[in-house]
Design a binder for this molecule. Structure first.
Ligand code: NAD
Ligand code: UD1
Length: 349
């Protein structure tokens, strides 16, 4: 019996693979490397000392997914694969709707065909849109404000419809808040293409001298110091949340959404301060206008995940900053190798 991980070469997927392998799960991992590098696979094996099967496969190829399910006794799926850049999704909505939604439809269709109905899905706090109240609970009305967010919201609805049609489905919709940090080994972490959009990778590249200064988007929000407040969660805590969600979907049926966050908000300037202290590097910054589409304050009510999944984020802001800096300073160019030297099976499309 194995767990299929889609998008397992990506930032969150790779950390989840480490936690799952360390717990003793047998894994089958697929990724098309559209936003990741093969080198991460050997690093996962290095950290865990465990092996797994990898397929370089695109979820848009239903035949390729089917072939994986025919070769392996898969009993559940953790589905990370998808595009995630908000700005790009506004410019290229069809690319996002096609990849994220068609990819998920293909996956669910093949799961159904092979009698697999247990699924953990990477959703996002972005489905809440502009929160009318904080902290955010799972029953808040949804209202994603961009195509990327709408793919997540639509997929959530699709998965709920699947359960209505067939009560064997068991699905956890994990709504991540702001994942940051890296594995404590410094061997795997976030490796964004080009100039980062998100705060933490931007700060760490300023600290490394790759970027000159941080642009702080707005200092006139109604927050502790006027800068935007978010709920940052260590990626290893997030990865552990997937283990708990997996255990639950394997035992139950139905569709449930869970906020995965720390439950605490931190401002941009608090993050700068925490990073400076953890890294010993100065982070020069300038205040700029608000970023269009941003909300002032957003953080999670995590009680449902605490109670139903028996999960709580344990790592501190200092851990998040220290681990980000360890990854950044040990891997200034991210994953550099282009050739993988571990098992990588190409399936015919
Ligand atoms: P990532 O881009 O690092 O990982 C996604 C992986 O999926 C990549 O390795 C990519 O190559 C792969 N992929 C994309 N389309 C594919 C396809 N059609 N077939 C096969 N592989 C494909 O992103 P991440 O940060 O690890 O995020 C994982 C999931 O969590 C995504 O679904 C993302 O939308 C969601 N999410 C991420 C964040 C965040 O801040 N990182 C927040 C909320 C939700
Ligand atoms: C962004 C995405 C959201 C996604 C989330 C986690 C947008 C509009 N939203 O949200 O869909 O789920 O990432 O991946 O892109 N900031 C700066 N300077 C920077 C970068 C960010 O001041 O260079 C500020 C932002 O204004 C915000 C905070 O830092 O107040 C966090 O920003 P970011 O890391 O981009 O996350 P979100 O805005 O929460």
């Amino acid at each position: 019996m194995a767990i299929l991980i889609t998008g397992g070469a990506g930032y969150i997927g790779s950390h989840a693979c480490v936690e799952l392998l360390n717990t003793g799960y047998e894994l089958v991992v697929l990724d098309n490397f559209s936003n990741s590098k093969p080198e991460v696979l050997s690093r996962i094996k290095e950290i865990t000392g465990k092996n797994f099967t990898f397929y370089e496969v695109d979820l848009l190829s239903k035949e390729a997914i089917d072939s994986i399910f025919s070769r392996h006794d898969i009993n559940a799926v953790i589905h990370f694969a998808g595009y995630k850049a908000v700005g790009e999704s506004v410019c290229e909505p069809l690319k996002y709707y096609h990849n994220n939604i068609t990819g998920t439809l293909n996956l669910c269709d093949v799961m159904n065909k092979h009698g697999v109905h247990d699924l953990v899905f990477s959703s996002s706090a972005t489905v809440y849109g502009i929160p009318h109240q904080i902290p955010i609970t799972e029953d808040f009305p949804l209202g994603a404000t961009n195509p990327y967010g709408r793919t997540k919201q639509m997929i959530e609805e699709i998965l709920r419809d699947l359960y209505v049609s067939d009560k064997r489905w068991s699905v956890a919709l994990l709504r991540y808040f702001n994942p940051i940090g890296a594995h404590e080994s410094g061997r795997i972490g976030e490796d964004p293409n080009g100039i980062p959009n998100n705060l933490m990778p931007y700060i760490s590249q300023v600290a490394a001298g790759k970027l000159e200064q941080l642009n702080v988007f707005g200092d006139d929000y109604e927050t502790v110091d006027g800068t935007g407040v978010r709920d940052y969660i260590h990626v290893v805590d997030l990865a552990k949340g997937h283990l708990k969600a997996l255990e639950r979907v394997l035992l139950t049926t139905g569709v449930d959404a869970y906020n995965l966050g720390s439950g605490f908000g931190h401002s941009v300037l608090e993050m700068v301060d925490a990073f400076e202290q953890a890294s010993g590097q100065e982070i020069p910054y300038v205040i700029k206008d608000r970023r269009p589409g941003d909300v002032g304050i957003c953080f999670a009510d995590t009680q449902k995940a605490n109670q139903n999944l028996n999960w709580v984020a344990e790592k501190t802001l200092t851990d998040m900053c220290k681990d980000t800096w360890k990854w950044q300073s040990n891997n200034p160019a991210g994953y550099t190798k282009t050739q993988d030297h571990v098992t990588s099976i190409q399936l015919a499309p």
